[in-house]
Design a protein around this ligand. Sequence first.
Ligand code: ADP
Ligand code: TMP
Ligand code: ASP
Length: 237
Amino acid sequence: MQMGEEIVSGKAKSIFRTDDPELFVLHFRDDTSAFDGERVEQLADKGKVNNIFNAYIMEKLAAAGIPTHFVRRLSDTDSLVKKLDMIPVECVVRNYAAGSLCKRYGIDEGIKITPPTFEFFLKNDELHDPMINDSHIISFGWAEPEHIEAMKTLTIKVNSILKQLFLDSNMLLVDYKLEFGLSNGELTLGDEFSPDGCRIWDKTTRNKMDKDRFRQKLGNVIETYKEVAQRLGIDLN
Ligand code: ADP
Ligand code: TMP
Ligand code: ASP
């Protein structure tokens, strides 16, 4: 697979063309960003850990019938993915209260949310990813109505698969963010699933095991990501 020019340099990953116009290389860097790019630091090994973690989760999801962009891992930090026309919205499901939900509604962190909530956010750093609803997505043409429904259905299906996966290793999947795009008209899960884009707590101690360690300056960020991987049985070598 020939790697071509870099066409996207995001806050934590880069995308490169390949000799196949339908395939991209997704390159995971060590850059770690919080608060919509306000704070960026390099954390050794993060690109590798997230790339291997994401490959494991994407394969689990594909095996359970979720259409994903993931093709295969190319190296420690690179994966081959299908080119998607990305939909500029973020889909968030929450099983326990944390983060912006607590601030927005004055809810105590840690309360179990039954049934889990589903929220859309506009992917726009300058605007700090404001929450949006179906009506905004339709009226401003960010996605087609059938894709709105499919994003909800797939994001909630991902919850049933991953909640149990983490629970089996004594961890709670608190919340997570997914991004979708279109591949030949088919709604497809893109981007990544790693401790950067979700919240994971130890089930017994409720110790934070995700990017909140970086946001809240709790330390041992990558050591803890590695522990999550190790508990799930992911081989990082
Ligand atoms: P951010 O956009 O938040 O800075 P990243 O650093 O993770 O994020 O950059 C990755 C970029 O690549 C994001 O804009 C994401 O939407 C986009 N992307 C992810 N998967 C694909 C794909 N398969 N095809 C095209 N773009 C993708
Ligand atoms: P929030 O509590 O800040 O709204 O975040 C909810 C979840 O979505 C949390 O797991 C972090 C994730 N997320 C991202 O990965 N990227 C983002 O830009 C946002 C807003 C949230
Ligand atoms: N994903 C956003 C960023 O990387 C927001 C966050 O994680 O705090 O800046």
